[in-house]
Design a protein around this ligand. Structure first.
Ligand code: SF4
Length: 336
């Protein structure tokens, strides 16, 4: 591993100043992805600015049902928080579906959002990769791409985003708070990730020196039920082959007032299935409706030979998830 300088930040402003002043400096919090990438030689910072001791580990619940979560709150703390489990079960479930207990004890909320793709070529510095070294090519297209993307990919990169948690945050309409030398800004999670296009090295809208300070979760609508489901190659400690998060609200007559759906393991970002959501709105739930909505969303999928199975898999997983959620929403209406 390349030798690097280490500095413990004493305040958010101190951290932002330190990283902004050095183009080769990075923030360090849980380190569960960054340190691995440094060992592999993928990330080679000159300096790390440790933010893990800053007062950014809060989980605050407001009276209106919304929540504010600090950037360095650990995944374990958030997943186990009693009010997160009650108000945002999909978030708790998605976090618990990711990584291992030890990793969740270290990994932070901001780090989870910013983690890098697990595309094998990205992690192997002996191979070309447009995301790691722009302009070198994408060997995954003709090589191993079974785990890579089918939606929102480009000719430059077909990587998937690895976070399960971000899939849940997508349907929760989370807003990310970011501090830079010029001040603070708030960005909807929907606008947080950058499509790969011709510049797949830029994963998010976060600029060098900017620090995520936390995120805000608006309350789900009254009567909403939410859940996360993940398909993986083994029961524990594996990235999603595909995953789905959904929230559903029913009208009094049983029609779908609102359905929110996001997918993981299929795109360079949590994929909000807004076309499917529009197909479902105002309709009586049925297996045929779910199938039609999924196919409408997947019409623009561009699978390659090894990952073409994901098209049917994500449609089936989401159909089953919606069936479960409708049943839960109906039960909730009966017991209200
Ligand atoms: Fe690199 Fe993206 Fe191609 Fe993987 S899919 S090799 S990350 S450019």
């Amino acid at each position: 591993m390349k030798t690097f300088a280490y500095q413990r930040a004493t305040s958010v402003d101190d951290a932002v100043q330190a990283v902004s002043a050095d183009t080769d400096a990075l923030y360090l919090a849980g380190g569960t992805n960054l340190v691995d990438l440094m060992k592999l030689g993928v990330r080679r910072p000159r300096a790390l600015v440790d933010i893990s001791h800053l007062p950014l580990d809060h989980v605050i619940h407001r009276a209106d049902g919304s929540a504010v979560i600090g950037a360095t709150a650990t995944n374990a703390v958030v997943a186990g928080d009693r009010d997160i489990r009650r108000n945002f079960p999909v978030l708790s479930e998605s976090i618990l579906a990711g990584a291992s207990g030890q990793l969740r004890n270290s990994a932070t909320m901001a780090g989870n959002l910013l983690q890098k793709t697990r595309c094998a070529y990205f992690q192997d510095v002996s191979k070309p990769c447009n995301k790691r070294v722009p302009g070198t090519g994408c060997p995954a297209r003709t090589g191993a791409h079974r785990d890579l993307g089918i939606l929102g990919v480009s000719s430059s990169c077909i990587a998937t985003h690895p976070s399960d948690m971000a899939v849940a945050l997508s349907i929760l309409d989370a807003v990310v708070h970011i501090r830079g030398v010029a001040g603070e800004r708030a960005v909807a999670l929907q606008d947080f990730y950058v499509p790969p296009g011709k510049t797949p090295d830029q994963d998010t809208i976060v600029q060098h020196g900017e620090l995520i300070t936390g995120m805000e979760l608006p309350a789900l609508p009254a009567g909403a039920v939410s859940r996360h489901h993940k398909v993986r190659d083994r029961w524990s400690y594996a990235f999603a082959v595909v995953s789905a998060a959904a929230a559903v609200v029913l009208e009094d007559d049983g029609r779908i007032a609102q359905a929110r759906i996001a997918w993981g393991g299929v795109a360079p970002r949590p994929w909000r299935a807004s076309i499917a959501e529009a197909e479902l709105r105002g309709q009586k739930p049925s297996k045929q409706l779910f199938e039609r909505a999924m196919r409408a969303e997947l019409r623009h999928a561009t699978p390659l030979p090894q990952n073409a199975f994901k098209v049917d898999l994500v449609a089936d997983v989401t159909g089953a998830l919606l069936t479960d959620l409708i049943r839960s929403a109906e039960d909730r209406r009966v017991t209200r």
